[in-house]
Design a binder for this molecule. Sequence first.
Ligand code: ADE
Length: 225
Amino acid sequence: MRIDILTLFPEMFDSPFAFSILRRARTNGLIDIVLSNIRDYAKDSYKKVDDKPYGGGAGMVMMCQPIFDCLETVQKQDERKGRLIILTPQGKKFDQALARDLAKEERLIFIAGRYEGFDERIKTAGDAEQISIGDFVLSGGELAAMVIIDAVVRLIPGALGDDDSALNDSFSDNLLEYPQYTRPENFKGMQVPDVLLGGNHKDIEKWRKQQAIEKTRQNRPDLLK
Ligand code: ADE
């Protein structure tokens, strides 16, 4: 999968892609991350990428021209069209089902904005999808892009060491994941549940399902609806 990121701060992406699953996916050639600096496409000598909003109001708005030019260049670099994603708190909410859907693509192109937001024409031109990672406002789309890329890449077959480990993830069947334990059996008086020590796989499976339902009921009743 080719992943393009259009941003004013490409350096922000250095560390999240340098560790663990994302690093391995890059070195194995499962993903190819291409960062483009929107400012390189600014036309004036100040490298201006934002301007005051029409109609007045606080803050600055990201201009059309640098982003459209950057996108045009990036799109020409590869024949795969890809899915174009604009990170914005006004987008549809990202979740595990959308992560699974995006993991099937051959190419994803993310546009991360700063300042108070984008000129609306950037969002509505072409067939861009607007995605939000939650009902809160970040200082820019970069962290949102990192969150989405991390969630998506681990679902690409071969990205995880043990392919099964994504199957039992929280949300995979609209339930939170069941509790897990490892050695020792007793830590400072806190005991691992007996059923997990018994080795009866049917009982363990039943217990895990009950626990997953109970945890979901307590913490995320909205998922059970
Ligand atoms: N940019 C600023 N806030 C955001 C959010 N919640 N999701 C996606 N992009 C954003």
